[in-house]
Design a protein around this ligand. Sequence first.
Ligand code: SF4
Ligand code: SF4
Length: 172
Amino acid sequence: MSCSGECQMRSLFRDALHYIPWKHIRSWNCIRCGRCCQEFQINLRFYDYARIAQHWPETVDVDHTGVPFIKRAHGRCVFQHSSGLCRLQPQGMKPIICKLWPFKVFPAARRRGHDNARFHYKDGDFFVYLNPFYKICPGINRGVSKDLPLVVKEIIEIFHNLSRDQQYSTAR
Ligand code: SF4
Ligand code: SF4
C-alpha cells in the first residue's frame, strides 16, 4: 500500500522530531539533484556570510534574530544555477552548512543510548546524525556502504574547520 501525500507529511514531521544516527542508513552519495538548494533557507556562519557579502552583498541578509542567510529567488537559493549546480562551488566559497548537508555534528548524543551516532575521531567521540529533513535527499542509501565512515569522517573535519576539501561529502 502506498503512502498518501498526507501520510507522507505525517511521516516527515514525525521524523523531523528525531535525529537519526548516521549508522541507521546504509550509505549516502550525492546524485546532484539540487533539491537541498530549493527546499531550505540557508543560514550562514559569520565567516561564510562575510566572504559572500564581500563579493555579492545583494545576495545575503540578516534575519530579526541576527542570523545571516542567503536570499532565495524563484524557489531556490540565488546561487543555484538552472542546471541545479552551485555557483559558489567553483569559487571555493560553498557555505559550510551546504557542505555538511544532510548530516549534523554534535559533541554529545542527542538521546540516551545513541551509540549508533558515535564516531571516534582522533582523541574524541563525535555524534553525527542525519538532518531531521534528510528524507528529501535521494542520495540516502545510495552509493557504497564502505564509504559511509569516510563521509562521516570528512563531515567532522569540515564541521571543525580541519578541512575545506570535499571528496566524499556533497561537493557539487
Ligand atoms: S545532497 Fe541530496 S538533495 Fe542535495 S543535491 Fe545531493 S542528492 Fe540532491
Ligand atoms: S550556496 Fe550552493 S550549495 Fe548552498 S544552497 Fe546555494 S546553490 Fe545550494
